[in-house]
Design a binder for this molecule. Structure first.
Ligand SMILES: NC(=O)c1ccc[n+]([C@@H]2O[C@H](COP(=O)([O-])OP(=O)(O)OC[C@H]3O[C@@H](n4cnc5c(N)ncnc54)[C@H](OP(=O)(O)O)[C@@H]3O)[C@@H](O)[C@H]2O)c1
Length: 257
C-alpha cells in the first residue's frame, strides 16, 4: 500500500474520529483539521493537528499545503454552511496545487427535499464543477444519527414513530470504504454505500428501546409533506449494502467508537 499525506476536515467528528483511526492504522501521515487545538494531554501523537475554520478561512491554506489527499468530512447543519465551508476549502485546494479531494455525502441528497440535503447536493456540484481531481461517496444514515433520533422520538411515553425505512451504516464501515478511496485515483461520483440491513422505523425503535431497557408504546405515524414522502419512497436507501456492523450490533457496542 502506498502511504499518503492526508488532511481530514471534520476529523474530530463522528465519522472523522473513526476515519482518522483507520488511516493511522494503514500507516498514512494524517493531519486533522479542527477549529480548536486540543490540549497536549488530549492529543494523539500518531497524527498532527491543523487549526482551521472553514467558515472564516483561518488556517486553511497552511492545512492543505503538502498533502496528497483531502477528505472533506467537516459539516454544519446551519443553512448554507455546507456550501460556504466547501467553497472555502476548494479555493485553498486550488491554490495548493490540486490534491485529490474526497467528499462524503448522503444517499438521496438529489431526491429528498431536506434543506441540509439540498446544501450537500450544492456542495457536491461545486466540487464536480471545480475542475479539481475529486471523488464523492454517498452513504446512508450513520447508526449514531439513527440512535440519536430515537432518543428524541421515544422521549414521551407514547412514541410517535414516522413510518419509513432506514439502512443505517456504521462509521467504521464508511471509514473502511474511504480508506480504499484514499489509495485509488480520483473517480468522480462512486457507487453509494449503505448499511447491511434495511429496517422499518418501528423495528429500529424496538431495538433501540430493548437496548436501552425502556418500555414505550410505539405508534407509527404517516407524516405529511414532501420530505417524509421521499423517505417513505426509499430514496435514502441503496442496493449497495456493506457486509458490516448491524444496528443491533452497534447498539451493543457503541462505546467501541
Ligand atoms: N450523520 C450521518 O448520518 C451521515 C450520513 C452520511 C453522510 N454524512 C456526512 O458525513 C460527514 C460527517 O458527518 P458527522 O456526523 O461525522 O459530522 P459531525 O460529527 O457533526 O462533525 C462535524 C465536524 O465538522 C467540523 N466543523 C464544523 N464546522 C467547522 C468549521 N467552520 N471549520 C472547520 N471544521 C468544522 C467539526 O470540527 P471541530 O468542532 O473540531 O472544529 C467536526 O469535526 C458530513 O459531511 C455528513 O453530511 C453523515
Amino acid at each position: 500500500m502506498r502511504h499518503k499525506k492526508i488532511l481530514v476536515t471534520g476529523g474530530t467528528g463522528t465519522l472523522g474520529r473513526a476515519l482518522v483511526r483507520r488511516l493511522v492504522q494503514d500507516g498514512h501521515e494524517v493531519r486533522v483539521a479542527s477549529r480548536r487545538l486540543r490540549p497536549a494531554h488530549d492529543r494523539d501523537e500518531r497524527y498532527s493537528w491543523a487549526v482551521v475554520d472553514l467558515r472564516s478561512g483561518h488556517g486553511v491554506d497552511a492545512a492543505v499545503t503538502g498533502v496528497d489527499v483531502i477528505i472533506h468530512s467537516a459539516t454544519s447543519p446551519r443553512r448554507g454552511a455546507e456550501v460556504t465551508l466547501t467553497r472555502t476549502l476548494l479555493e485553498a485546494v486550488k491554490r495548493a496545487g490540486s490534491p485529490h479531494l474526497i467528499y462524503i455525502s448522503i444517499v438521496g441528497v438529489d431526491r429528498i427535499p431536506l434543506r441540509y440535503y439540498q446544501d450537500k447536493l450544492a456542495a457536491e456540484q461545486l466540487i464536480a464543477e471545480s475542475g479539481l481531481p475529486y471523488t464523492i461517496l454517498r452513504a446512508t444514515q450513520f447508526h449514531d444519527l439513527v440512535r440519536y433520533w430515537f432518543t428524541w422520538v421515544t422521549w414521551p411515553p407514547v412514541a410517535l414513530v414516522p413510518t419509513m425505512r432506514f439502512q443505517p451504516i456504521d462509521v467504521r464501515d464508511v471509514a473502511d470504504r474511504l480508506a480504499e478511496l484514499v489509495v485509488g485515483e480520483p473517480a468522480g461520483r462512486v457507487p453509494d454505500i449503505g448499511g447491511p440491513q434495511v429496517h422499518h422505523t418501528r423495528e429500529l425503535a424496538r431495538s433501540y428501546l430493548q437496548a436501552t431497557g425502556r418500555r414505550r408504546l410505539i405508534v407509527p405515524v404517516r407524516v405529511p409533506g414532501r420530505t417524509f414522502r421521499a423517505f417513505r419512497q426509499g430514496h435514502n436507501l441503496t442496493e449497495n449494502a456493506v457486509d458490516g456492523v448491524t444496528f443491533e450490533e452497534y447498539l451493543a457496542t457503541p462505546a467501541s467508537h
